[in-house]
Write a protein that binds this ligand. Structure first.
Ligand code: 9YT
Length: 128
């Protein structure tokens, strides 16, 4: 069994910062469960264009309000505590945080460590 607290992650290699977000990485590839789990906090008023070309990501909103836009179709989904969105087809998307947001983020294949976004908003594919 794996059991841990976010307090075990803060200030460690599993506490990763992007320009407008923090990601506390509970589970990574090295943990061997086949997916990764992060708690992500996003700054109020931020806008990000993200495009996970090599991963599927599910996001469950715990705190805060915002919206996610499918860039290809223009569809916009409101986000609030209890919302889930999944980039199951590697959709390029725009995420706007109206307030500070906190999400639980699951990636498959799992993240391997300290990934941050490249210029397209993607994370690098896992290395074999
Ligand atoms: C939704 C968002 O801001 N994603 C960036 C961080 C990502 N969720 C991660 O690495 O945990």
């Amino acid at each position: 069994m794996i059991a841990k607290s976010i307090d075990d992650l803060i200030g460690t290699e599993r506490d990763v910062r992007g320009p407008v977000w923090m990601s506390r990485r509970f589970l990574l590839a090295e943990d061997g469960v086949g997916f990764s789990v992060n708690e992500t906090t996003i700054d109020a008023g931020s806008e990000q264009v993200l495009w996970y070309k090599h991963h599927i990501e599910a996001n469950y909103v715990i705190d805060g309000e915002g919206e996610v836009e499918n860039v290809a179709t223009g569809e916009v989904f409101a986000l609030a505590p209890g919302s889930l969105y999944v980039l199951d087809r590697h959709e390029k998307h725009r995420l706007r945080a109206h307030t500070r947001m906190r999400l639980v983020c699951v990636f498959t294949p799992p993240l391997t460590g300290r990934e941050i976004h490249d210029e397209d908003g993607a994370y690098a594919p896992p290395q074999d």
